[in-house]
Design a binder for this molecule. Sequence first.
Ligand code: EPZ
Length: 417
Amino acid sequence: MQKLEVFGANKLKGQINISGSKNASLPILAATLLSSKKVNLKNLPKVKDIETMINLLQSLGSKIRFKKKKLIINNSTQNKNFASYSLVKTMRAGILVLGPLLAKFGKAKVSLPGGCAIGTRPIDIHLKAFSKLGVKYNITQGYVHASTPKGLVGSKIRFPKISVGATENLIIAASLAKGTTILSNCAIEPEIKDLVNFLNKIGCKIKWVGKRKIKIDGVNQINETTYSVMFDRIEAGTYLVAAAATEGNLKIKNIIPKIIKTEIDTLRKIGTKIVVKKNEVNVIGKKIIKSINIKTAPYPGFPTDLQAQLMVLLCKANKKSLIKEDIFENRFMHVAELNRMGAQISINGNRAIIQGNINFAAAELMATDLRASVSLILAALIANGKSVINRIYHLDRGYENIEKKLKKIGARIRRIK
Ligand code: EPZ
């Protein structure tokens, strides 16, 4: 098992190039199944989850190769519609192949995602919405067996709760359905907008007709395309917080600042200086960090994927802060590890109360999930002494070359094989 060794404390200085978005790449990769033509994708991040999704597509018969930073996907002979547990269990986004497989073949057998450290990750919202497009399904032995006897037929669907994955799955499926589909109460994360841009580029007819309302006219003609995915706003947000927490001075490049407006506003409220330019922000961390009370929410609210990182920063605030986790039921796995480093965080249901003025002490730590792992690195960067972080395979799922990027901006960090 690999681990990371981090020597703190030191300030992060210099510039970071943000990679492509994992959470835009995953639905776009799944959506390539709609096409029997060639699709070229650029700016995909080199992270484990993307590798897993590529393996899943190859298990379905996609021919995929990498050439000069471009992923070339050829689905002309893609003919399988069985997504196995072995691939879907390690990455819940595997369920996103259900929509395109139903659209293309009219039937599919896809493993249920199963739970993970942050929650049970149910797919009831996906399945109920699919049945409104004419899908019949049953769940046996951990698999969804779904079919559309008369093909997918467009319909009006209102999601009972905002769900990123359900919105993505239904947009993809409705793209080839007969007639028009209107989806209401959609998630509107930037990654979903990126998926819609990709689908329209391959010939789909999708239009936002309201803040959380989208209209999809089914098509049966798909074109070849080359598409470059958007930047990873959670990676960008993670380095924003890292600069603030280490009183550093970071230039974060290849981003669209307005997409991370909430994160920028939140850090400015805490007292961090942020200079916004066209495709970059310059973050200057300040000694005084003001406490705040915040809750996670669907976009454009504060992202749940940055909650663990913000918590580390708030341990250094001048007073007590509160974070309310309103998206996932168990996303405080990092708290126990941070408390072992001297933090004083107490949990009451989905609320975490964070005492300020903490000096972290280095320690041996255990990563539990993707975003929790990176919060342990941030804490190790501000603690005095050597910390060791175990089970860093969680990290590699979503952060490209994290120790290389951190080393380049002054962190003393190394991977121990
Ligand atoms: C996506 O997960 C992201 N993953 C998550 O990022 C992110 O935290 C989450 O959206 C919220 O923004 C990808 O994009 C690959 P949801 P997803 O459906 O689609 C409940 C990361 O760190 N729910 O919006 O699974 C669900 O249990 C990952 O990169 C149902 O009850 O999130 C959760 O409590 C972690 N029934 C809430 O809704 C359903 O059918 C939000 O889930 C679906 C979801």
